[in-house]
Design a protein around this ligand. Structure first.
Ligand code: 6R9
Length: 654
């Protein structure tokens, strides 16, 4: 796999047709960008008007990045309701327009077209059900659902009554679910009987049952019927959504929320410790999600827009639900996987629903590319206009295939770089404004000032043709506000290493033309199939097994997944390595965290390379995992250098 940095940067300018159609062309980008940086208050004050306010804001930006007293406020004296912005305000003009197209896992099952009026009714009913379960403004609700319309109803219903949702991806295990329910002290968990995906079913309700054994016994469970599969039932704790929805009222008044009231918490992995609850608030987040959805994807009235992410990730929050619905768009929600029933599923769905904008992850592109072009070529993709990628750097081979085979060379590819923490896109080419370079996130979005710092000194590296760590100089409305329950951790993670900046955790290169290339994480976060994971989480799952004395986990390059999970495991004295134990440890990690964290390689390590002060030298472990033994660097500071020889000799055959 060629990395982006190695590719010669061929540029692809937008066609005249793309430019003519685009909301933003090169000249407009230059003007707007300059204005957004020179007077953020004026710029974002104007943009704030894209959504409806109950009480209009009079202040725009109130931010300090000063370590020790970090505060981030946008539109702080305004009030609004997010669900009213996504629903009620569209009813007059587009009540009958499709808001959500739902495409089920099985292509033989019917798709659903849910109009704005219907989505409004469904959301109100769900909101009334939540209220009847005792959920009030500020309470937390965990959502653990398949990719079904009820997931959107649940999100919007929480927003409607001012409850804070925290979605847990349906691929997470009961233990991971319990940790998140407890972490935000949720009152209710919304789940479904089963989640069908790729022809298989995940028993979500049983998982929730198992999780709830570790939670307060006051937590209630609202169960959506998806497959009708058997579930156990505890009266007084479990509630039948479908039955309650028949009775529930069609209207629920939207709560008046302050712009800075939390909208949702989303747990994400960091370089240390357990996942942290990223908090996004109401006003700024919605302005930013809505603006980026419209501009980045050049969304126009009547377009059908499809983001293939899961609502369990931030991409699903901002670009399946909140951004598109705030804009009155038609957003497609897909329950299945790219390869079921076969590798043409994505393209069949594009043909069937006449998709105009298609947004997916490099890992899916690489997997489909490997299956051959005929799966794409047999489908009519003539409605496609814009393609997008997100989640990890895209290698030039995959980019070129996406451009030529899927886009037929006429669809701009927006390579959107952003994070759970950022709420929306921070860097991306804009379809009508920028030429594209395969693998480059190109240019900052409005209001974003990226800086490249020297990793050691923290000094800004000026000019072009430079590389370093990526920080952002000032705030934007979609930025996370805090870590749930731990503001100190928020400041420490993002504002302490490089004072006065937001530290992204990514490395980056600014090329000779001033375009940006993300070079990957500079911390202990790995990116497996676009899923973000802390190596520390996998390590702590491994050492929780009775046979394991110590574990060190690193990422290594993987053809399809981008990065794979490589685990070095030291066993307890009385345990012997065996294939069975290896299998058991794999299953163990899947149970502790979820299938997405399943180790790709486990290598038995009688010892780990440590400094004399006992710190594991991951740099060396990474090199060994990458099969790169020539550049291990200085090993003389190791407490026992012979450990390295042993690891190289016994490197897992992979
Ligand atoms: C939206 C999302 C964030 C991390 C981020 C970076 C990587 C995301 C990327 C990209 C290169 C892109 N990343 N988009 N790297 N090019 N277009 O993915 O959020 O799950 O929090 O991951 O993903 O390393 O720091 P999240």
């Amino acid at each position: 796999m060629t990395t982006a940095a190695q590719a010669d940067a061929k540029t692809y300018p937008p066609s005249a047709e793309t430019v003519a159609r685009a909301h933003v062309d090169a000249a407009k980008y230059a003007d707007m960008y300059a204005a957004s940086i020179s007077d953020p208050d004026a710029f974002w004050g104007e943009q704030g008007k894209r959504i409806d306010w109950i009480k209009p804001f009079t202040q725009v930006k109130d931010v300090s990045y000063e370590f020790g007293s970090v505060k981030i406020n946008w539109y702080a004296d305004g009030t609004l309701n997010v669900s009213a912005n996504c629903l009620d305000r569209h009813l007059k003009t587009r009540g009958d327009q499709t808001a959500i197209i739902w495409e089920p896992d099985d292509p033989n099952d019917p798709a659903q077209h849910i109009s704005y009026a219907e989505l409004h009714r469904r959301t109100c009913r769900m909101a009334n059900i939540l209220e009847s379960l005792g959920v009030r403004k500020g309470d937390r609700v965990v959502i653990y659902l398949p990719m079904i319309p009820e997931a959107a109803y649940a999100m919007l219903a929480c927003a409607r009554i001012g409850a804070i949702h925290s979605i847990v991806f349906a691929g997470f295990s009961p233990d991971a679910l319990a940790a998140r329910i407890n972490g935000c002290d949720a009152k209710v968990v919304i789940t479904a009987d089963e989640a069908p995906r790729g022809g298989r079913k995940t028993p979500l309700k049983s998982n929730a049952d198992a999780a709830l054994l570790h939670c307060k016994d006051t937590v209630k469970c609202l169960v959506v019927k998806r497959t009708g599969g058997q579930t156990t039932w505890i009266d007084g704790r479990d509630f039948d959504y479908n039955e309650m929805a028949l009775e529930a009222d069609d209207y629920c008044a939207p709560a008046e929320m302050n712009a800075e009231d939390p909208l949702f918490i989303l747990y994400t992995s960091g370089s240390t410790g357990q996942p942290k609850g990223v908090v996004h608030t109401t006003g700024g987040y919605l302005v930013y999600a809505s603006m980026t959805q419209e501009i980045t994807f050049d969304y126009h009235e009547g377009d059908v827009y499809w983001c293939t992410a899961d609502v369990g990730w931030v991409t699903g929050h901002s670009y399946i639900v909140y951004g598109p619905l705030a804009n009155g768009a038609t957003t497609l929600m897909f329950e299945g996987v790219p390869t079921y029933p076969d590798a043409s599923r994505f393209w069949q769905v594009c043909e069937k629903h006449k998709v105009n904008q298609f947004y997916t992850a490099p890992t899916a592109i690489r997997a489909l590319m490997g299956q051959g072009n005929e799966f794409v070529e047999k489908c009519d993709l003539s409605d496609l206009r814009i393609l997008g990628t997100v989640g990890e750097p895209i290698n030039p081979e995959a980019w070129t295939w996406y451009n030529e085979v899927v886009g037929k060379g006429k669809c701009p590819i927006v390579d959107t770089w952003w994070q759970t923490e950022t709420g929306g896109h921070l860097m991306t080419p804009l379809p009508g404004a920028h030429a594209m370079k395969p693998g480059s996130a190109m240019k900052p979005f409005f209001g974003i000032e990226p800086v490249v710092l020297d990793p050691q000194s923290g000094v800004e590296i000026e000019g072009n043709g430079v590389e370093g760590v990526l920080c952002i100089k000032d705030s934007w409305p979609g930025q996370m506000r805090t870590v749930w329950g731990d503001h100190e951790r928020f400041e420490k993670t993002y504002f302490s290493d490089y004072k006065g900046y937001y530290f992204t955790g990514d490395g980056c290169r600014r090329d000779e033309d001033g375009d940006y290339w993300i070079t990957g994480r500079v911390d202990d976060v790995i990116n497996v199939s676009g899923h973000r994971m802390g190596t520390a989480e996998v390590e702590s799952a491994l050492v929780a097994h009775a046979a394991v004395a110590e574990a060190a986990v690193v990422g290594y390059p993987h053809e399809i997944k981008g990065q794979g999970i490589y685990c070095y495991v030291t066993l307890m004295n009385d345990r012997e390595p065996s294939d069975e134990l290896m299998k058991e440890l794999r299953t163990w990690v899947r149970t502790e965290i979820g299938p997405i964290a399943s180790p790709d390689v486990i290598q038995w390590a009688p010892g780990l390379p440590k400094t004399r002060s006992g710190k594991i030298m991951r740099r060396i472990l990474r090199k060994i995992a990458e099969n790169d033994f020539g550049s291990l660097g200085d090993t003389s500071t190791l407490a026992d250098p012979s450990v390295v020889e042993d690891l190289i000799e016994n490197r897992a055959n992979k």
